[in-house]
Write a protein that binds this ligand. Structure first.
Ligand SMILES: Nc1ncnc2c1ncn2[C@@H]1O[C@H](COP(=O)(O)OP(=O)(O)OP(=O)(O)O)[C@@H](O)[C@H]1O
Length: 227
């Protein structure tokens, strides 16, 4: 069996006296996709932020590609995050003055990739997301679903190993949500990525390899049975 790309070991998140989650054990292998379900306020975003090294756990350890991260400096955590992780949020956070191509190329340019190569990769990803005809459109000229597909392409632009998505279709109508979710899963599988996707939508969750739910501060694997 291959080593997990992501492992949470006895992780807890507390805010003062409020225990959001505790004793969280989770591991994800290369190429696996996992859905993260749970009622509003149960801690899905908190867990994704901890797994994505955006926040520190109150207790426990986060291993990324086999490396324990809790004792690393902020700079080292940022380095691992940029090299290994891609993020998609409910709201796309695209830069309005840049084209779709520019938005997807930008993280690569920041990482030091040459402009021509960055734009070629941006074009490849946007085309895979069905936006080959929309490369020069600015976010304001794109539909909500197209904006979110651009944000997904941007999350994959630095060739991450793990995609972390927080309600990536939560802001879309059901039909658009299906189209965007399909595009997301297809791209994740084609690129051989692992992914954790927080969602309220059990129907979408069932299309992932594994299904987890946060219940009474704990993470429970429910697989594909009804939650
Ligand atoms: N910075 C903070 N300070 C205090 N409490 C916080 C903070 N951030 C989150 N919380 C609390 O932690 C709990 C979990 O929040 P979180 O955003 O992780 O839940 P969620 O499952 O993602 O919710 P939703 O589905 O509504 O986005 C909530 O009760 C929230 O109020």
């Amino acid at each position: 069996m291959s080593e997990p790309v992501l492992r949470l070991e006895d992780v807890a998140r507390r805010y003062g006296d409020l225990v959001v989650v505790e004793h969280i054990e989770f591991s994800l292998r290369p190429g696996e996709t996992a859905a993260l379900l749970g009622p509003s306020g149960s801690g899905k975003s908190s867990l994704l932020h901890i797994a994505g090294l955006l926040e520190k756990a109150s207790a426990g350890e986060v291993h990324i590609m086999g490396r324990a991260t809790s004792k690393l400096s902020d700079a080292e955590r940022t380095h691992i995050r940029r090299a290994t992780l891609g993020f998609v949020y409910q709201f796309h956070h695209l830069l309005p003055e840049f084209s779709a191509l520019g938005n997807v190329a930008l993280p690569q340019l920041i990482a030091g990739v040459k402009k021509k190569k960055a734009e070629a990769e941006a074009k490849r990803l946007l085309t895979l997301m069905g936006l080959g005809e929309r490369l020069e459109h600015q976010p304001g000229q794109l539909s909500g679903g197209e904006q979110q597909r651009t944000a997904i392409a941007r999350a994959l632009a630095n060739n991450p190993k793990i995609l972390l998505a927080d309600e990536p279709t939560g802001n879309l109508d059901p039909k658009t949500s299906d189209v965007v979710f399909d595009a997301l899963l297809n791209l994740v599988r084609k690129e051989g990525l692992s992914a954790v996707i927080a969602t309220h939508d059990q129907r979408l969750a069932k299309r992932m390899d594994r299904v987890f739910v946060i219940r009474e501060q704990r993470l429970v694997e429910v697989r594909k049975e009804p939650v």
